[in-house]
Design a protein around this ligand. Sequence first.
Ligand code: AP5
Length: 218
Amino acid sequence: MRNGNNIILFGPPGAGKGTQAEKLSAALGIPVLGTGNMLRAVAQQGTPLGIGIRERIEAGRFVEDELINQMVFERARRPECARGVILDGYPRTVAQARTLDNELPMGSYPHIINLAVDDDALVQRLAGRRYAPTSKRVYHIHHNPPRIAGICDVSGEALSTRKDDEPGVIRERLAIYHRTTAPVLGYYGIRVMEVDGMAPINDVFNAILTSLGLWRAA
Ligand code: AP5
């Protein structure tokens, strides 16, 4: 991991990490390392490893820390990540956060943004989420609809729902978040910058830019 402009987007499932990561990446010109998307790409390959990952994701359970750390650092070492990266979905255990600290060069502190959203709103967001499997664009049927219902604005492909967005799996993911991921906030302590993730998408974006000292009129 390089000593660049590294940003951690933290928050529960459905908080808007992926949505904001995409906007930040376009604004700052640094890539997103989204562990969920990386894992779904491996799952699609249908190898024994991929099948195991798919089963875990679809049940709402985590993939092992060791595999996640390896995947993130392998990607972060590539030349396109030299100016920094936006981490979406990593770290999400205290062990992952410790590994990341060890991997970062001495004196390098990532910006840590926590998107705070109520559980009821998360359930509603995930139930209405639609995504484009190829372009990876994320939409919401009410809050962020595509121009043509069911079709990705960028790729023209049909939008899908994620298996882990079924109500039972959403409850499991939220329970795991509160039990295993929320303690990462305690690990980082005062380094965390809180952002109200309940606001409309562009307002959240401007609040993140403000936290980073980069506010601009939208
Ligand atoms: P991942 O894909 O990372 O899932 P997640 O963290 O549960 O987060 P989501 O992608 O569900 O939500 P998001 O916060 O990105 O919200 P989004 O922008 O889409 O991981 C999937 C799985 O992979 C995990 O469950 C685990 O199994 C495994 N995994 C991944 N990383 C791992 C790790 N580090 N360790 C171990 N296992 C790992 O927005 C949600 C919806 O809300 C969208 O419809 C969007 O349009 C809408 N929306 C966004 N912002 C707003 C807003 N401000 N107002 C209204 N609607 C909004």
